[in-house]
Design a protein around this ligand. Structure first.
Ligand SMILES: [Ca+2]
Ligand SMILES: [Ca+2]
Length: 456
């Protein structure tokens, strides 16, 4: 006031307008007040945690001095370890993610006499409004919350399995960053082999088909301090809600569970047999893909003839008529990585099968086979009326006798008369409508030199 000595006359009444800028007491402590808080708060900020938060800093008179929002990013730091002003280290403790809290810090727990740059005056009380975005501790492992486990779980995922799952990815504040549901296709990967982030590789082990779990990955087991792209900020904790659709191991064989078997089961299906069967084919989550019931007639196929996917062909073997089975087919024995119409890539298939009809077959390329030793010599056996000549009618009768007596078998599923006529023509070398002993002998000698595809 010295310069004013000359300005203020004696005996003047002085009128001051006073604005209180700050007030504090050495007895003051950090004051915190929660403005809002989520209903569930499983974890509170503790000393040594790493936290990410937004804040607005004002002086006690309401003048702002700093804001994380103006920097377009969260403030990220360890708490309770001396990286922050004392009052902040203290005031952040006990917050939960999603909480908004006011923290009032007296100057001796903030910037004291020095202040800070041009923005924080000496001896200033600071008021922070903090919104907690994320927290974890560097000692954290992944956290798993099992939400739903199916009743039957014969096997759980292990390292080396290939899994297909849906996921919903969120940050700890609940905001989403990615979801497989939006893409309408599962995420597919090998487990425990470094194809996915470390925490996920670990979280995907020990799961059942159909299981739902929430996994929480600390950043050191996710995208680390740097994050990735525009999607994942640095040091972000990731929360994944996972639904396992299926998994398999590349070494898996088909899995067969017989659900119903007739008491009498002498004759069973094998390679080359002609069979008719019913089927329902679903994904492991129960989605029906296709069913023989959608067609007028149940399919007929020759086993081992590469007519159906490998796993189904195999699953249809060893069945007797009337038997029912569930057969699980891994993708490498199904539609593989490319999938098929309506079948997703690398999908495990669930078949319900019933064998409706079974006709024993003959090896590929054969029209007729002997089931035991063929008659030797053959010609006299074929020449039923012993006139040294075998016309088509006699040949047909001879073959039919073999079939009826079970000593020979014609290829099933084809016109028997047509096959027999072809066989006859093949033996009737000179095309005069009858087979004689000499023709048959010649034919047998020729055939012994090459693959005998029209065996008689
Ligand atoms: Ca004859
Ligand atoms: Ca002839």
């Amino acid at each position: 006031l010295c310069p004013l000595r000359d300005v203020i006359p004696a005996d003047t009444v002085l009128v001051f307008d006073v604005v209180l800028l700050d007030i504090w007491n050495t007895e003051d402590k950090v004051q915190t007040r929660t403005l809002s808080k989520p209903e569930s708060c499983k974890r509170l900020v503790e000393a040594t945690d790493f936290i990410r938060y937004h804040y607005n800093g004002t002086l006690l008179n309401g003048v702002p001095f700093d804001s994380s929002h103006s920097r377009n990013g969260t403030y990220d730091t360890y708490v309770g370890m001396g990286y922050l002003i004392k009052g902040m280290d203290e005031g952040l403790i006990g917050m939960c993610v999603g909480e908004t809290r006011t923290i009032i810090i007296p100057p001796f727990l903030a910037y004291e006499e020095k202040g800070y740059g041009t923005v924080i005056p000496s001896q200033a009380t600071l008021v922070f409004e903090v919104f907690m975005i994320d927290l974890f501790n560097p000692k954290d492992d992944i956290a798993v919350v099992v939400k739903e486990v199916p009743k039957t779980c014969t096997r759980k995922t292990v390292v080396g399995d290939y899994i297909r799952y849906h996921y919903n990815g969120t940050f700890q504040d609940g905001s989403g960053f990615d979801t497989s549901y939006q893409r309408n296709s599962t995420y597919n990967t090998y487990i425990g082999m470094g194809y996915v982030i470390q925490g996920m590789d670990k979280a995907l082990q020990g799961l059942c088909i159909g299981e739902k779990r929430r996994v929480i990955l600390p950043p050191h087991m996710a995208y680390g301090e740097k994050g990735t792209g525009d999607i994942i900020p640095g040091s972000a904790v990731l929360v994944f809600d996972i639904h396992v659709i299926d998994f398999h191991n590349p070494k898996d064989l088909i899995e067969i569970k017989v659900t119903s078997k007739p008491k009498k089961c002498n004759l069973t299906s094998e390679v080359d047999d002609l069979i008719q069967y019913r089927y329902n084919c679903s994904l492991m989550d129960g989605t029906l893909l296709y069913s023989s019931d959608h067609y007028e007639n149940a399919p007929i196929t020759t086993l081992g003839a590469n007519k159906v996917i490998e796993g189904l062909d195999e699953g249809l073997r060893g069945m007797c008529v009337g038997e029912k089975r569930v057969v699980i087919v891994p993708p490498h024995l199904g539609h593989g990585e490319n999938g098929a119409k309506g079948v997703p890539s690398s999908a495990v298939l669930h078949f319900e099968l019933e064998l409706l009809d079974l006709q024993k077959g003959v090896p590929d390329g054969y029209m007729f086979v002997w089931l035991g030793d063929s008659p030797d010599p053959l010609f006299p056996a074929m020449d039923l009326n012993k006139d040294l000549s075998v016309p088509l009618e006699e040949f047909t009768a001879f073959i039919n006798i073999q079939v009826a007596e079970g000593t020979g078998r014609l290829r099933p599923g084809m016109d028997a008369d047509g096959i027999i006529k072809d066989m006859f023509n093949n033996q009737d070398r000179n095309r005069d409508g009858k087979i004689v002993a000499e023709e048959l002998k010649l034919k047998v000698e020729e055939d012994s030199d090459k693959a005998r595809h029209e065996e008689l």
